[in-house]
Design a protein around this ligand. Structure first.
Ligand code: FDA
Length: 501
């Protein structure tokens, strides 16, 4: 990396090249550290010595174009940051001289209720979008993720799903048009970019094809009243049997019913396990209770467990707040779950035997930090969309997705090493029970353990296939074809960017 004791030779020429109103910070600027750290969701990455030479915060699209062209001219890599939630910090870090293009000031949201669409700039968060929709309508929503501070840039690029997944599919399924700036600084809408590139940016992952400035999305209808419940069970209360049973119905339930499980260890090593059945139903409790009696009676759902609310209140509920908390909490750009963590993901196509689940709990009990396994049911709308319709490939045949996570709160390399080793051990343990050839993974739960590009991102297609086929399955080759055409110089590259063919 270049030293910052004195200005680097390229600093003034870089600034002159940009020569516009964008805010440009370098490490000696008073606001640099704050700008770097403000949207950092995993403090692990703050320990990195890899710091950007500049943080550029464009105020309009022409400034994004200038930032790309000047970075290219000065042979600097770019890291694009929308919400900063990348699990491996790829919107913040690079092992080569680089700049961050921070989209935080480009976050307008324009809703056209008559058309049931919206234009959203990618610096906006999921929470800002939900809030804006709810200001105009109680019966519209958008099928994206649960955490309000996730940025719409990275999130939709990688797919994006939450409680409306079974009814409406994923966020990227609802993209109708987009504005993208390519490596030559061209501003392209859907027509100008062509259907192949438009296909690729819907689920093919952020950071490979250009900078998405804005998405045109289709809103979905939600009922005025929805019902949420969270029923927690310990092992003594039959959590394992219920989990096991859930696997046989989770993806076959009525489309309006989404029941996920959050399994976790309760405190220090050797302590118990709780599996929380955490659900959203698109309707009132008078419909939900008989439906649950018919489809999942073993859970024993009772009226007292059910909380009726509006859809927007459910977004608060699922992000860890109470339904009556102020909606303005959705506008907070920092996650409530901020902690040191490492995550991994899997897809399950055949129910996991009870004995194998017991083995998972044993591993959970070895950990003194918070160990989580979050299972999101598929089926419903997900079964109706072909695996190659957009670049996101995980459709019919998946019962559920698993996200494993280990979280700790002490900043220490030694402690980090121990926890990371633990989650890798869990991942190895799970291999016989999850999808195979390839063992699929969800791009938005980015995991560099599954493989990275070599040669500073100028990797070969076959080297990149090691990780690429896990995220994109049969769509990986087409993604590489699109990349070769859209960015033949491989300007947009990182540890897991789509390679040239
Ligand atoms: P960030 O800004 O870090 O970008 C992620 C990647 O996309 C980077 O490679 C970046 O360069 C690139 N990128 C960003 N903006 C771009 C743009 N405009 N154009 C092109 N590339 C761009 N997921 C999910 O599906 N459902 C969920 O419920 C959740 N919940 C959740 C909770 C929490 C606390 C975290 C930290 C994460 C999630 N996620 C999730 C995962 C989330 O979807 C994933 O991390 C997204 O990539 C985050 O997008 P950001 O824009 O915030 O990240």
């Amino acid at each position: 990396l270049l030293s910052w004791a004195s200005p680097t030779p390229s600093e003034s020429s870089f600034k002159n090249c940009i020569g516009i109103a964008s805010i440009i910070l370098n490490p000696s600027s008073p606001l640099y550290t704050q700008a770097l750290e403000s949207s950092q969701q995993n403090p692990r990455w703050l320990n990195s010595t890899s710091k950007p030479l500049f943080i550029i915060t464009p105020l309009k699209e022409s400034e994004v174009q200038a930032a790309i062209l000047c970075s290219k001219k000065h042979k600097l890599q770019v890291r694009i940051r929308s919400g900063g939630h990348d699990y491996e910090g790829l919107s913040f870090l690079a092992d080569t001289p680089f700049v961050i293009i921070d989209l935080i000031s480009l976050r307008s949201i324009e809703i056209n209720l008559a058309e049931e669409t919206a234009w959203v700039q990618t610096g906006a968060t999921v929470g800002e979008l939900y809030y804006k929709i709810a200001q105009l309508s109680k019966v519209h929503g958008f099928p994206a993720g649960l955490c309000p501070s996730i940025g719409l840039g990275g999130h939709i690029s990688g797919g994006g799903f939450g409680t409306l997944l079974r009814k409406h599919g994923i966020a990227a399924d609802h993209v109708l048009d987009a504005y993208l700036i390519d490596a030559n600084g061209n501003l392209l809408d859907r027509k100008a970019m062509g259907e192949d590139l438009f296909w690729a940016i819907r689920g093919g992952g952020g950071g490979s094809f250009g900078i998405v400035l804005a998405w045109k999305i289709r809103l979905v209808r939600v009922p005025a009243t929805v019902t949420a419940f969270t029923v927690g069970k310990t092992l003594e209360e039959g959590a394992t049997k219920l989990f096991h049973r859930w696997q046989y119905i989770a993806n076959k339930l009525h489309k309006d019913l989404f029941i996920r499980i959050i399994a976790q260890n309760l405190g220090g090593s050797g302590s118990g396990i709780r599996a929380s059945f955490n659900s959203l139903f698109l309707g009132g409790k008078e419909t939900l209770i008989p439906l649950m009696k018919e489809q999942f009676p073993e859970l024993g759902l009772q009226e007292k467990d059910c909380i009726e609310m509006s859809w927007i209140q459910s977004t608060l509920y699922f992000s860890g707040y109470q339904k009556d908390d102020p909606l303005e909490l959705l506008l907070n750009r920092t996650t409530t779950f901020k902690a040191y963590y490492k995550a991994k993901s899997d897809f399950v196509t055949v129910p996991i035997p009870e004995t194998a689940l017991e083995g998972v709990w044993k591993l959970f009990q070895e950990e003194d930090a918070l160990a989580l396994m979050i299972t999101d049911p598929f089926g419903g709308r997900m079964d109706e969309i072909s695996a190659s319709h957009i670049a996101f490939p995980h459709r019919k045949g998946n019962i559920y997705n698993i996200q494993y996570m280990i979280k700790w709160d002490v900043n220490s390399n030694e402690i980090e090493k121990r926890h990371v080793q633990w989650i890798r051990k869990l991942y190895i343990y799970m291999a016989p029970y999850v999808s195979k050839s390839p063992r699929a993974a969800y791009f938005n739960y980015r995991d560099l353990d599954i493989g990275t590009n070599k040669h500073g991102g100028n990797t070969s297609y076959s080297e990149a296939s090691v990780w690429g086929k896990k995220y994109f399955k049969g769509n990986f080759k087409r993604l590489a074809q699109v990349k070769t055409k859209a960015d033949p110089g491989n300007f947009f590259r990182n540890e897991q960017s789509i390679p040239l063919l």
